[in-house]
Design a protein. Structure first.
Length: 88
């Protein structure tokens, strides 16, 4: 599954199910029309342009009951445009 190099956020589906979290409010709050990518076990959100936007989304996910690192993480890096990243 692809992850955005511009402050991409990856969320575990099992965490969403276990904690009855619906990502639709987060999607609306951050004007995301669709997931960046998804797999059977993960959802990729983004891109979030800037650390402040990613931090805000992190706080939103935590307010919904998700735990940073255990349930989701933020991927950030300074890489050239010709690089792409995937998460498994």
């Amino acid at each position: 599954m692809k992850v955005s190099r511009d402050f991409g956020i990856v969320v575990r589906r099992t965490a969403l199910a276990a904690k009855n979290v619906d990502l639709s409010t987060v999607m609306v709050e951050f004007n995301l029309r669709k997931y960046f990518d998804e797999s059977n076990s993960l959802i990729s959100l983004g891109p979030f342009f800037g650390g402040d936007a990613a931090d805000e989304c992190t706080r939103s996910l935590e307010r919904l009951g998700l735990t940073y690192i255990d349930d989701f993480f933020v991927f950030e890096g300074f890489v050239p445009d010709w690089c792409s990243f995937e998460v498994f």
